[in-house]
Design a protein. Sequence first.
Length: 381
Amino acid sequence: MKIIDVIPHAISVPLDEPFYFSQGWVKQRSSLIVEIITDEGVTGWGESLCHGLQPPHIAAAFIEQVFKPILLGRSPFDVEVLWEEMYNTTRPYGQGGSAVNAISGVDIALWDVMGRVLNKPIHSLIGGAFRTEVTPYATGFYRTESGIYPEDSIKEAHRYVNAGFEAFKLKIGFGIEEDVAIIKAIRNAVGDKVKIMADANGAYNAAQARRLIKATEDLNLYFLEELLSPEDIKGYQQIKNLSGAYITAGEQVFGKMGFQPWLEARALDIIQPDLCSSGGITECKKIAAMAQANQTMMIPHVWGSGIGIAASLQFIASIPSSPLSLNPTHPMLEFDQSSHPFRKDLIFDGISMVNGKVQIPTKPGIGIDVNRSIIDEYKVN
């Protein structure tokens, strides 16, 4: 079996109502979908994550101009060889960011091909499933120009609880006093049983983060995500262990080389690599092994289309709890609930929550079917 084509599909759609977070306004949702076609008629799908303000054309250019010539004529089963060749080729001008982001989408598509050829879900090819279902947490709480806060955020929190979510993640980073006020308001509104997380998207320095941590210490937050910039390892060491809330980060860290200093420094309680950005299945399995060796929990970041969610579920199934025990702490699924037509329509609404759980797909490859009409309708490259 040989690869005969590699097609990056940049898709994008303007939002009916733009929203903002601590780093700016999001006016469209975009994704870079990777399609790999083989000479035996098997097609695999992957995704390169588009972070909130990232144009999909960047990863598309890497794939079209750099990686496609490496991949054509090669066997998709040489997935690790291909990963290392792609990384080594872009090392002088990559090592992270959109280069590894693009490799991630290619790698996921290669694993999808292998799963479809062997008629196995990816988790069966990478060691098996430690779990058959995952507890999701809702990601949302983005702000709009017409919104009224905290009232609208409280209504959103009640929607998630009524829908069966046992956990959700707030967007913070709007100023310490504002953040503390909205966390208190939502905790008071939903009670003590719901897990609440909060994500600042790197809005603060260590001194500011310390104030936020101490001011919310009695609000029983499950974790605080990306309080600092992704370059500030020492800052994370300073703010870790200031309260009972786990300190997490990692969506802007790339590959095993990127995570190595974080794990050696024990700077985080939980690492959050994004499968569609931090290296795909091949590399993220290595990151998971490094995390296990350093007794550090992993809860992957997930913010992509339905393809990214499906692939992430395959990966999450394969992550061992750290450590294994009679009642282990399992990784959860970040389940984005914000406006995003590519989350459901692209995969024929193939992933949903039932009774507070999301099942691990068991169909071949990433476990879902792809709706080509959505790609055709929204393609921009």
